[in-house]
Write a protein that binds this ligand. Structure first.
Ligand SMILES: Nc1ncnc2c1ncn2[C@@H]1O[C@H](COP(=O)(O)OP(=O)(O)OP(=O)(O)O)[C@@H](O)[C@H]1O
Ligand SMILES: [Mg+2]
Length: 264
């Protein structure tokens, strides 16, 4: 794949498809789709219901396997990994944030954030320290001992983001993380995600909200399982380049390169 980037992509899809069922009855949920997402990028995915957004995130997060094509995380083809290696990848590299059911209600914010580290066998004291650091980063250190029920929706999402990034994890896949939030809280979550990217972490998020997508370096538009358009931030003034109707790029990842962060 052509690229001006010196670094390896965090995430690559190479002609990846996901079909459900077989033969003429098969439903094509996605693809074939090819894309590269690089360290520090915030990429938004938009598209109508049923266009394949969640399918793409599931493939990217090793929760599902492509029927055809490849998914690579930091250059490693997921098809080559054992189940144990895939599980380790989800504990150490990839974090998920979903619209609902993000947190375990019986655990405090701190315990929720520490969970992936505990599952990975880190010593108790270390999990606590790192979980607190991550909660501090999202501005919730003081609420670390609260249970999810005693946190606002926005605070719960910030805990979920802290959990998704705790320890060495640095690829966050978020499926409508702002869907249940009011616009001000949703914007605060987007600002937080953007600041995580400024630290070199990578975020791919599905959103239906154009105002939230405007925080992204790139917006990919899906329709019927295909990337039909892409919007890329092109300069430091925040101006963006839009693919116009009729100028649909067949493989946008090969044409458009992400640019340095621009203020939004
Ligand atoms: N297990 C399955 N069996 C058959 N079809 C499926 C299955 N899972 C998903 N699909 C189909 O694949 C397509 C893409 O689904 P997906 O969940 O990725 O859409 P989406 O863009 O996330 O939609 P939404 O915005 O509603 O969440 C849809 O047409 C869906 O019905
Ligand atoms: Mg979905």
């Amino acid at each position: 794949m052509t690229s001006t980037h010196q670094t390896e992509p965090t995430l690559s899809l190479v002609d990846a498809s996901r079909l459900h069922g077989e033969g003429p009855q098969a439903v094509r949920a996605l693809g074939p789709v090819s894309l590269d997402i690089f360290p520090g990028e915030l990429v938004a995915i938009m598209g109508p219901s049923g266009s394949g957004k969640s399918t793409l995130l599931s493939l990217a997060g090793a929760l599902d396997r492509p029927t055809e094509g490849k998914v690579l995380i930091e250059g490693r083809d997921l098809a080559d990994l054992s189940l144990a290696e895939l599980a380790a990848l989800r504990r150490r590299v990839i974090g998920f944030v979903f619209q609902d059911l993000n947190l375990l209600p019986g655990l405090t914010a701190l315990e929720n954030v520490a969970l992936p580290l505990e599952l990975d066998g880190s010593p108790l004291e270390e999990t606590r320290t790192r979980a607190l650091e991550e909660l501090e980063r999202v501005g919730l250190k003081d609420l670390a001992h609260r249970f999810p029920d005693n946190l606002s929706g926005g605070e719960q999402q910030r805990v979920a983001i802290a959990r998704a990034f705790v320890g060495p994890r640095h690829l966050l896949l978020a499926d409508e993380p702002t869907g249940a939030l009011d616009s001000v809280t949703g914007e605060a979550v987007m600002r937080l995600l953007k600041s995580q990217c400024a630290r070199g972490r990578t975020v791919v998020l599905v959103t239906h909200d154009a105002a939230h997508a405007a925080w992204a370096d790139r917006v990919l538009f899906l329709r019927d399982g295909h990337i039909v358009d892409e919007t890329v931030a092109i300069d430091s003034t925040g101006a963006t380049q839009h693919g116009l109707p009729g100028q649909v790029q067949q493989n946008p990842a090969q044409h458009s390169q992400p640019q340095p962060l621009s203020p939004v």
